[in-house]
Ligand binder design. Structure first.
Ligand SMILES: Nc1ncnc2c1ncn2[C@@H]1O[C@H](COP(=O)(O)OP(=O)(O)O)[C@@H](O)[C@H]1O
Ligand SMILES: [Mg+2]
Length: 242
């Protein structure tokens, strides 16, 4: 499998403060990769530095082999990099259908948009059933589903999700994870940033563990999950009962 996204030797942060130190990640076509670690470890900052929402001090990004370092976020989206931020990721005062239309701005013509929406409702029947409901009236899980669906309208080849499971109870968590597996089946790669280490690794092929802005561990998801107890404690897996 060839890499779809590479971030290499990234130093990133805000203002003059460097938060992420020398982090490199690789995502192969069609695979799910987890970036896990405790709150404040720099996971969101790493993603944001790709999109230009955090300051990139050093390092380069390659998408499909092309150097995209410093490229504007809308250009990245049109190339096939989907991004779902952790908060404010849907328009609360628009309906589900309207939110999906907003995700289709790059598509040419009504027919193409309609076809895209039909595909989305096939993958997310829960959304189709409530297409005229305001996003603001949805449950946390439904809203997260809509945010992901909206990003899928742009037909990304790699989807970057910032904490899609945050504050979801077990049932919606399971639903979202199964949607991610469905998306993976379509050939779209996914980067899932999560504090919920166990859940994120359970659907991932590989993972990176960020602690205090540095990559403390990386490897196959299975081997990260079965790391020895001292490392599990270090990941916060034990204390939080994940
Ligand atoms: N916009 C910002 N300006 C300044 N510091 C920030 C900003 N956003 C996050 N930080 C700081 O960067 C550090 C890492 O944050 P973040 O990347 O959000 O961590 P994570 O996503 O792993 O929880 C934290 O110490 C946080 O306070
Ligand atoms: Mg975060």
């Amino acid at each position: 499998m060839s890499p779809i996204l590479i971030m290499e030797d990234i130093d990133a942060g805000y203002g003059d403060v460097v938060i992420v130190h020398n982090v490199s990640i690789r995502v192969d076509e069609g695979e799910i990769v987890a970036i896990v670690g405790p709150n404040g470890s720099g996971k969101s900052t790493l993603l944001k530095s790709l999109l230009g929402f955090a300051r990139l001090f050093r390092g380069r990004a390659f998408y499909q082999g092309r150097d995209v370092t410093g490229m504007a976020s809308d250009k990245l989206v049109s190339l096939g990099i989907g991004y779902v931020p952790q908060v404010d990721n849907v328009f609360a005062n628009l309906t589900i259908a309207e939110n999906l239309d907003m995700g289709a701005y790059h598509r040419k013509g009504r027919d193409s948009i309609r076809a895209g929406v039909a595909e989305i409702y096939e993958m997310f029947p829960e959304l189709g059933a409530r297409k005229d409901s305001l996003a603001g009236n949805l449950s946390g899980g439904e809203r997260q589903m809509l945010a992901i669906a909206r990003a899928m309208m742009a037909e990304p080849k790699v989807l970057l999700l910032d904490e899609p499971l945050a504050s979801l109870s077990p049932k919606p968590t399971k639903v979202i994870l199964s949607k991610l597996e469905k998306i993976e089946e379509t050939g779209t790669a996914i980067v899932i940033v999560e504090q919920n280490v166990r859940k994120a690794l359970s659907v991932s092929k590989r993972g990176y563990v960020l602690v205090d802005g540095v990559c403390a561990m990386e490897g196959d998801a299975d081997s990260l999950l079965t790391e020895d107890v001292s490392k599990q404690r270090y990941l916060g897996l034990e204390a939080k009962g994940y």
